[in-house]
Ligand binder design. Structure first.
Ligand SMILES: [Fe+2]
Ligand SMILES: [Fe+2]
Length: 283
């Protein structure tokens, strides 16, 4: 199974420094075009929050227009920049009807991997919280499928990254979520957004990965008193499940006009020929 992930699209309709750095609507269109062209095609595409910058109706209208080519495979979850009532209205056709009470969390059972969307956003706040209500919901969901390989997708990462200003406005009660994951080895992969960078760690036996943004990234600078938004290329991730393990790839989506390519198809064909003939890979 092939699972794509996009995150932190931050569709905006106002000016300001970040808007001058990256036109997030244009970069999301470029990422969507790229995803549509992938072969093999992803079975599902997770969108892990901050899909708009302010959660307004007009930003959701733009977002839906840009995402239309991949809407048939999209599973969105809100972030701290979204507004839950409008988010749920915008994605009413995509989110299962039996969404959790009081938070926009849900489960999708129709794939080889059980997909659990966990909403840790809190209305009116920039940080998130894995509170007792969410903890109880996630415990019940995971208890219903202890032997099924599971992917949990959410907005806030439940670990310190060393990017201090992002950690300080991160997930409250993250230790509760780490404890749930630690005692749930069927959760083979936990993926998040919010960091605008690809970052990897582990919780117990679970691989944990954060997805870069389809707009601007956060600069890699671990100095505790600094922070920056940078125009590193928009990106996405591909999580490949082979029945035994997940492998996570990060793909950058530069302006096609600036990408130089040399085809290696002939080399690929030669490798395949040697494999089929049982020939050694001598130089
Ligand atoms: Fe974000
Ligand atoms: Fe965020």
């Amino acid at each position: 199974m092939l699972i794509a992930q996009i995150s932190d699209c931050h569709i905006r309709d106002h000016g300001g420094a970040l808007a001058r750095l990256v036109d997030t609507t244009e970069t999301l269109r470029r990422v969507v075009d790229h995803l549509v062209g992938l072969d093999p095609a992803p079975d599902v595409i997770l969108a892990t929050g901050d899909l708009t910058d302010d959660g307004t109706a007009s930003q959701y209208a733009t977002l839906l227009d840009v995402l239309a080519p991949i809407a048939d495979r999209l599973l969105p979850i809100p972030g701290n920049h979204d507004e839950c009532p409008l988010f749920r209205e915008a994605f009413a056709d995509l989110i299962p009807a039996d969404v959790a009470d009081g938070h926009c969390s849900y489960v999708v059972e129709d794939h080889p991997i059980r997909l659990v969307g966990l909403d840790n956003s809190i209305p009116g706040r920039h940080d998130g919280r894995f509170d007792a209500v969410r903890e109880s919901w996630l415990n019940d969901v995971l208890a219903a499928g202890p032997d099924r390989p599971t992917l949990v997708f959410t907005h806030f990462p439940p670990f310190e990254t060393g990017l201090r200003f992002m950690d300080d406005a991160g997930l409250l009660d993250a230790d509760r979520l780490r404890s749930v994951i630690q005692r749930s080895p069927q959760v083979r992969l936990l993926v998040t957004g919010h960091l605008h960078r690809p970052i990897h760690t582990t919780i117990g036996s679970t691989l944990v990965s954060t997805c870069p943004s389809t707009g601007n990234q956060i600069g890699l600078d671990l100095h505790p008193e600094r922070g920056a938004a940078v125009d590193e290329p928009p990106a996405y991730q591909l999580h490949r499940w082979d029945g035994e393990r997940f492998v996570t790839h990060t793909g950058l989506v530069r302006d096609p006009a600036s990408v130089r390519t040399i085809s290696l198809d002939g080399f690929v064909a030669e490798i395949q020929r040697r494999v089929e003939a049982g020939e050694p890979f001598t130089k």
